[in-house]
Write a protein that binds this ligand. Structure first.
Ligand SMILES: Cc1cc2nc3c(=O)[nH]c(=O)nc-3n(C[C@H](O)[C@H](O)[C@H](O)COP(=O)(O)OP(=O)(O)OC[C@H]3O[C@@H](n4cnc5c(N)ncnc54)[C@H](O)[C@@H]3O)c2cc1C
Length: 423
């Protein structure tokens, strides 16, 4: 294993020093502990990679159900025909090269007292610490029309990048010029606050280019555009003027898939292509493991260690967590949680103190067409009095307008975070 000078310095800071070098598990020495990570998305892959970078004497096993990583960030550009799936799909070989053992499979339970993760194939993995980063699953209970797999295939959410992204793109390609794209946005909190409005821009960009008589109806459960409002409106009232009908406070009642109608509590809206994103909760494994502690949806954690407030020895990351104040559910944030968690798991396994005041930051880019993007950033620090992460006043910011220069930064951000998680 090769460490750059920067990586080596970081690792030395997080380890016991020369003893850790001598005892490095990756070099055939004895192990300082076994960590199992469930979920190889933004949070889990980052945590797995950083534990190996900072403490190569810890054994890390990553359990992931998919054989490739497909990025949600940038996936809206696939819908707009502005990039292809191949550009957002990556393998896990980089992590393997870092000494992370990759197990392709479904984790079905965590037995916290026996310290074992059970997989769907009946096998088990023993751990000293387990990190759960399963992302989200959807709440369909209140949408009877989307109960069946067939209904869901006809009205995709495409809010987990992958086959549904491809399916929705195909539906848009097959739509007639003059057709109506109806998009329903769930009540916050959902993953990626600006994501729905970026999607509107991407679909508008495609329709303007290829099917200019078409329209977009945005049915938003929320009372207003939830992020970068002024910036999105610059495009909606500018290049896309007349194409987008935005309707706030649009509470979903059901979906009539046969009649291609989104049913609201006060109206029915028919379309040629329907895209309904159901409300979210923490991924299934969090529920079966008893990690959900808030509103039957999210996992409460100690923000110093990412350890569950409900189940000892189990750490939770990313979208599955009960977000701290003003903290978005984003890839940026999941990546930063991954680093807090990696450092604290190393410290806990080695009997060292955890960092008392971590500082993390979020950056979220949105593309308004194939080239131009804009950003929002924020900084969050641990407040020992409130025992949680809080936004740093005056830090962070917002673009004045979307630009092609920021479009290049957005691709740079994406390549960098993919490298951080998987490289
Ligand atoms: C359209 C869209 C655009 C977005 N754009 C941005 C953006 O520009 N910037 C940004 O910062 N964020 C963006 N996001 C948000 C970002 O994708 C999420 O916040 C991020 O993926 C959260 O990381 P995570 O690790 O919590 O979950 P995920 O990245 O979803 O990873 C979870 C992983 O766990 C695996 N898994 C789950 N359960 C199991 C199990 N039981 N066994 C095995 N494997 C399991 C899944 O297969 C998955 O690989 C966007 C999201 C969407 C939908």
């Amino acid at each position: 294993m090769k460490l750059s000078r920067r990586e080596f310095v970081k690792w030395m800071a997080a380890s016991t020093g020369t003893a850790a070098v001598a005892g490095c598990a990756g070099m055939g020495g004895s192990s300082a502990g076994r960590v199992v990570v469930i979920g190889g998305g933004y949070g889990g892959a980052t945590a797995a990679r950083y534990i190996r970078l900072w403490a190569p004497d810890i054994d890390v096993t990553l359990v992931e159900r998919n054989d490739t990583f497909v990025s949600c960030p940038i996936s809206n550009l696939v819908l707009g025909g502005n990039t292809q799936m191949g550009n957002i799909t990556m393998g896990y070989d980089g992590l393997k090269a870092r000494g992370v053992r990759i197990v392709r499979g479904e984790a079905v339970a965590v037995d916290a007292s026996a310290k074992q993760v059970r997989l769907a194939d009946g096998s088990s993995l023993a751990y000293d610490r387990v990190i759960v980063s399963p992302g989200i699953d959807f709440i369909y209970d209140t949408i009877p029309g989307l109960k069946s797999a067939d209904a869901r295939s006809r009205v995709p959410h495409a809010w987990k990048a992958g086959p549904e992204t491809v399916a929705l793109r195909k539906q848009l390609e097959a739509m007639r010029d003059g057709g109506v794209f109806v998009f329903h946005v769930p009540m916050a909190p959902y993953r990626c606050p600006p994501g729905p409005y970026e999607r509107v821009c991407q679909v508008a960009d495609y329709l303007k280019r290829e099917k200019p008589k078409s329209k977009i109806i945005v049915l938003d459960s929320n009372p207003d555009i939830m992020s970068k409002k002024g910036l999105f409106l610059q495009s909606w009232n500018g290049v896309y003027k007349g194409m987008i009908d935005y309707r706030p406070n649009s509470e979903l009642a059901d979906v009539d898939v046969k009649g291609m109608t989104v049913k609201l509590t006060f109206d029915n809206v028919k379309g040629d292509v329907l895209n309904v994103v159901p409300p979210h909760r923490a991924g299934d494994i969090a529920r079966t493991t008893g990690l959900i502690t808030a509103n039957q949806r999210w996992c409460g954690i100690d923000w110093l260690t990412c350890e569950s407030v409900g189940v000892k020895g189990v750490h939770v990351l990313g979208d599955a967590t009960l977000s701290a104040s003003a903290m978005p559910k984003s890839a940026s944030m999941a990546n930063q949680h991954g680093k807090i968690c990696a450092a604290s798991v190393i410290a806990l396994l080695k009997g060292q103190p955890v960092h008392p005041e971590p500082v993390i930051m979020n950056t979220c880019y949105s593309f308004v067409d194939g080239r131009s993007a804009m950003h929002v950033t924020s900084v969050h620090t641990y407040d020992p009095a409130q025992k949680t992460l809080v936004p740093v006043k005056g830090a962070g910011g917002l673009s004045d307008k979307a630009s092609e220069l920021e479009g290049t930064y957005a691709w740079g951000w994406a390549r960098n975070i993919w490298g951080e998680a998987l490289g």
